[in-house]
Design a protein around this ligand. Sequence first.
Ligand code: SAM
Length: 276
Amino acid sequence: MGILYVVSTPIGNLDDISTRARTVLDQVDAVVVEDTRRAGQLFQQLGIRASFVAYHDHNERERTPALVARLEAGEELALISDAGTPLISDPGYRLVRAAHQAGIRVSPIPGASALLAALAAAGLPTDEFHFQGFPPSRGAAREQTIRKLANRRCTSVVYEAPHRLPGLLQALETEAGPEREAVLARELTKRFETLITGTLTQVRARVDAERDQRRGEMVLVLAGAPEAEATDETLEPLARALLRELPASRTARVLAAWSGRPRRQLYRWLEELDPG
Ligand code: SAM
């Protein structure tokens, strides 16, 4: 049996490649990459020669069995993504899972990830956190995800595309309130690395005022909901009890009066509540 190495690569600064990652990438039989062109550039910069197998969202399903067969035949493969740690909002899940199912050893070669880099620099509580890789881009699914983020008690780390950032900040301000703390971590490890800290209103004002803050790669770190706030989680038992006696509209009114949260927002949440 071979080994599948899951190798982290830099998220900007090339010096963040580890010595172990270099050695493994240099020695394996093939490197499974998200994009052969980008991997080619990276390997050229690192001075490593390797043979690549393209593996991305569109061919994961069909390529996995052949890769597992190579591992079963004793080959050593390294899985990388375009940047950072594979499987973190990047391809690789199917391959890693299939390797485990086939009894193949999977070994991580840890390194950069925007998730932990942003969290470590944000200065918000880290004892418990939630990772939200790219929220749905639109519609009810997006609204629901944003509402859940606003209601979480722990810190959330969110990946978002630059053109959706202003909308995300605005929606979070509505759902979580203008005073909630947030940190926008942009272009980490790169030349224009910037961390904007403050309340959601302050972060949004800066993003609205400076075009550059809407450019590049970014992670939003959002503080958890304060203890005193009635969150979806804490309201749920009461909501369920009320729903057994009252229609959703009246339940929303009672909950709004009790919690101080907007009635419409509560009504939408009640409609989505799994009847359980
Ligand atoms: N696998 C990667 C990781 O471990 O972070 C993430 C890949 S995901 C396709 C790309 C997203 O990660 C970006 O849209 C951004 O949200 C975040 N990201 C990646 N590099 C970043 C950087 N240098 N600074 C800030 N965010 C970054």
